[in-house]
Design a protein around this ligand. Structure first.
Ligand SMILES: [Zn+2]
Length: 547
């Protein structure tokens, strides 16, 4: 059943229910991930606490920001994974044109960097929001994130938008203008509707044709919930735990600061000012001596605070008297038990959230796990990330296709994007261990090579230059899987054998610049020259000794 799109009626109805829900949802997600508005949110807890505690807690409030930064760290793997491909489906100068076009889609960022730096966070905190290609004030294409709070209504099919009405804006340049302006985009046009009082009408002069034939916007979320009609965030499954975490942390903080100090006690001692009388002599206005309340103990007769330099005199005990010191004063320690329990609960919750989100426990102590145990453990996390990676591939493909259509002026242009899914989940030590095992067990050479490659990738996961350098140097070895003796035993001779024999010696004498900047071809040539020079020198040496 296709309903016709009626912007005037939709504007009159106000923000759609679905968008209102999306805005509230995003506010809660945002509070957990970035800490924004956390004071307001924790108001709900106050029915369990006294006014004093509430004030204290609000002052010392700690958001879930750091927990979510930790929980969401695996998302970065989407952008560092190896493999994957981008098919531009173009040749030569058209390819160059498009590549140049998408090298800066916003703020100087290319598509992938933009997705990582801007879209990734929004994907978590506002899954019903959009990424959209628009035209900026200078008439250039610009990619923007549209938050759900900037939307009035949209009609979607999957992640694609069929029609959209943006939240209204006012004319900043004219204070007296009370009209509200609504931008509306559908497959045919991009126009402005004006609301004046109860009337809504189309501003005919604003209408421009939509060249693309679709709204160039993509909804970020990938899990649709038919009940709420919302796209759910990946952290939706841990929201309840996150609320509990927020509450537990704040309770712990309040406990720590209100009950966490050791308490000083002592038997009463007379006030030094009044000598324990509670009153001292003073003079009134007519110079007559009168008794007034002691200003130090306020009539309490005993000391109520102590200076560090205070000294308590204890009478020397007679031989039958009990020795009082040091039992005349001391400290009472606060309950460590409850403090410990708070701490354990919080760590437990954090681990539980990790388990719910990624399917595996986060262990700070991975050394106790066997290599295979760790592997099994990593599997669900990998699957989960592959799913999210597909979402980001789709967004990338959507943006690239739309930019291509505009840059090449070809509505039917289509790019294909698939992100790599080879994630580096293990530590270099773990991979090296697996490689050694594979070698010992004599597993197929292909498997061994693959593991060795993963090892180098893991070791240099944050330094692609270093990884590329090692890959190039490995590629110059003519027999990477064999030792020089094995090569010789196979009957290999001449230049190939010498290349193998002198390979590590040659690498050692290369300087860093050569290793980084020479191409594989140049390195191979350098190795050949090195080997020739070596063998000439050797022949000379042999001749010299025979002479
Ligand atoms: Zn006193």
């Amino acid at each position: 059943m296709q309903q016709t799109f009626d912007p005037i009626a939709l504007i009159k109805e106000g923000v759609s229910d679905r968008i209102s829900k999306a805005i509230r949802y995003s506010k809660e997600l945002n509070m957990h991930v970035t800490g924004l508005g956390v004071e307001e949110y924790t108001e709900i807890f106050n029915k369990y606490e006294s006014l004093d505690n509430r004030e204290l807690r609000e002052e010392l409030l700690k958001s879930n920001k750091s927990v979510f930064s930790f929980l969401l760290r695996p998302l970065d793997k989407i952008f560092t994974a190896k493999g994957g491909s981008i098919s531009y489906n173009l040749q030569d100068n058209r390819l160059e044109t498009l590549k140049d076009y998408v090298s800066d889609i916003s703020d100087g960022l290319d598509i992938k960097t933009y997705l990582k730096k801007k879209v990734k966070a929004q994907y978590v905190i506002d899954p019903n929001g959009l990424v959209m290609i628009d035209i900026d004030n200078e008439g250039n294409l610009d990619t923007r994130i549209i938050r759900s709070s900037q939307i009035h209504y949209y009609n979607n099919r999957g992640n694609k938008i069929k029609e959209i009405i943006f939240a209204p804006y006012k004319d900043d340049t004219d204070d007296k203008d009370t009209k509200e302006y609504y931008r509306v985009i559908d497959s045919l046009t991009d126009s402005i509707y004006i609301k004046e009082g109860d009337e809504v009408f189309l501003d005919e002069s604003s209408v421009i044709q939509n060249f693309l034939g679709y709204v160039p916007a993509f909804i970020l979320g990938d899990t649709y919930d038919p009940n709420s009609e919302l796209f759910l965030s990946i952290i939706d499954c841990v929201l309840e735990d996150a609320n509990e975490h927020l509450r537990d942390v704040s309770v712990k903080v309040v406990h720590k600061l209100s009950h966490g100090y050791a308490k000083y006690w002592q038997y009463p001692e007379s006030c030094t000012t009044c000598g324990g009388e509670g009153e001292i002599k003073s003079k009134n206005d007519s110079n007559a001596v009168i008794d007034i309340i002691c200003p130090t103990c306020l009539g309490g007769k005993v000391k109520n605070h102590k200076d560090a330099s205070d000294l308590t005199i204890v009478a020397i005990p007679d031989k039958d008297d009990p020795i009082l010191a040091p039992n005349i004063a001391g400290y009472i320690n606060p309950s460590i038990e409850i403090w410990q329990q708070y701490k354990e609960d919080i760590i437990g919750l954090k681990n539980e959230m990790h388990q719910t989100l990624w399917g595996n426990y986060f262990s700070e102590n991975t050394k106790n796990e066997t290599a295979t145990g760790r592997q099994l453990n990593v599997q669900p996390e990998t699957e989960r990330i592959v799913g999210i990676s597909n979402t980001f591939s789709s967004i990338h493909e959507f943006l690239l296709t739309a930019y291509g259509a505009i840059a090449l002026f070809d509505k039917n242009y289509k790019a294909q994007v698939k992100y790599g899914t080879r994630y580096l989940m293990e530590s270099p030590d773990e991979v090296l261990k697996r490689y050694t095992e594979a070698k010992e067990k004599g597993l197929p050479q292909l498997v061994q090579n693959d593991l060795l490659d993963v090892f180098y990738q893991t070791q240099h996961s944050n330094n692609n230059v270093e990884y590329q350098k090692i890959k190039k140097l490995l590629a110059t070895d003519p027999f990477p899987d064999l030792t020089p003796t094995e090569v010789k035993d196979l009957g290999v001779e001449g230049e190939d054998l010498l290349k193998k024999i002198y390979h590590s010696q040659w690498i050692n004498q290369l300087n860093e610049a050569k290793k980084v900047f020479m191409t594989l071809e140049e390195l191979n040539k350098d190795l050949t020259e090195y080997v020739i020079l070596k063998s000439i020198n050797n022949v000379k040496e042999v001749q010299q000794t025979t002479d």
